[in-house]
Design a binder for this molecule. Sequence first.
Ligand SMILES: [Fe+2]
Ligand SMILES: [Fe+2]
Length: 461
Amino acid sequence: MEDNEFQENISTAELVASLSRALDLTEGEPMGHAIRACWIGMSVGQALGLPQKERGELYYALLLKDAGCTANAQQVSNWFGTDDRTAKYALKTVNWSNLWQATRYAVGQARPGAPWRQRMQQIVSIGKRGPKAARELVAMRCTRGADIVRQLGWVDVAPQAVLNLDEHWDGSGQPKGLRGHAIPILGRILGLAQTVEIFWNRSGPSAAIEVVCNRRGTWFDPELVDIFLSLADGPGFWEQLSQVESPQAIAQIDPSPTTISLDSMEQLLHIARVFGEVVDAKTSWTAMHSVRTALYASNLAKILGWDERSQQETLLAGFFHDLGKLGVSNLILDKPGPLDAEERQAIERHPELTYHILEPLKPLREIARIAASHHERLDGTGYHHHWSGNQIPAGGRVVAVADVYDALAHARPYRRQLNTDEVLEIMGQEKGAKLWNDAMEALLWGLRETPDLFQLSDPID
Ligand SMILES: [Fe+2]
Ligand SMILES: [Fe+2]
């Protein structure tokens, strides 16, 4: 690793905006959705004359509005028997306060492509659970989202905004059915901004204007709609929006820019861990997997005698390693049997997605390379680059051993949990051939000398 790699700081806005692209994936949206929703919402906030402090909170609430996205991904997939991302994507354009539209949506999403009898069973099961279950799904997502925003350090009005983004002006929203000014103003802006971005991105400016006008006074605060319409009518609004894509672009409008020190790494590691937990929550099968993998990997680095900075880098890469899984359907992650070729291809994209999510963060390029190489194998049979031997960064070879160890030690939908002897027998067959000999030796030593460090149970403090 280059000596000067961590001499610089990193912009908080660029970091959060980059990671917001991972949340977009889970919501079934193209990367950049939250970034553009942020630009729209900030334009409205500015025109409304919000004070700077509130705009600072609004900015991060907009970027992190979907932080709770994984809290209900498995349930959504189960409920509809379909890809959670497709179901969520389709839901965005539905007026779910309207019973007819909600029913049509449910019928459309129920196990598409399955024989009619199975589809009917799914529709009956959706109907039985009804609006109460829908409310619970929204509540899980909003409550968890607000918690995550709080954990990340925004303790004032930003969590309230995320908690209330699906409430509607006329009381028909979720999870509490708040009405009018009882819905916090930032929550009202989030709801409007996300809808505008979605309709604009799918069908252009006129579709965005039409939906906002149609829902003026029902979903949306009429005063905010009027402000938005006058902005949208102004010169260059849509052209500017179409140019907002990168984390760097949205970082330019952070009302109170801050940086995160890469010297102590403490704050960065905290944020990375929170996002690792977001990934781990996508399916109950991987609960705390990223956190354990990160801790095991840094323990291995320590045993290998790496310096403290390298241990921290390994920890960081471990928290981030499966970020790309946010872009994989729960139908695949939760499948109780072998994957077909197409499903395998979809899951094997996740390290590449991990790299794309982190790529805009120049000071973290090496971390991105380490995190994204955890499925590479020494003999070149891994993915996604098919690197071999020393082409794989040493940190990646260490994270790979920690990742396999933790995965085998926990149940998966297609196999039972294995005990340590069984895990080591399987890993032993790959030692030196696929998995790095040094890291394997470190694991064997660690299990013998400090077993508690390699047998963490949930929850982990
Ligand atoms: Fe992975
Ligand atoms: Fe993993």
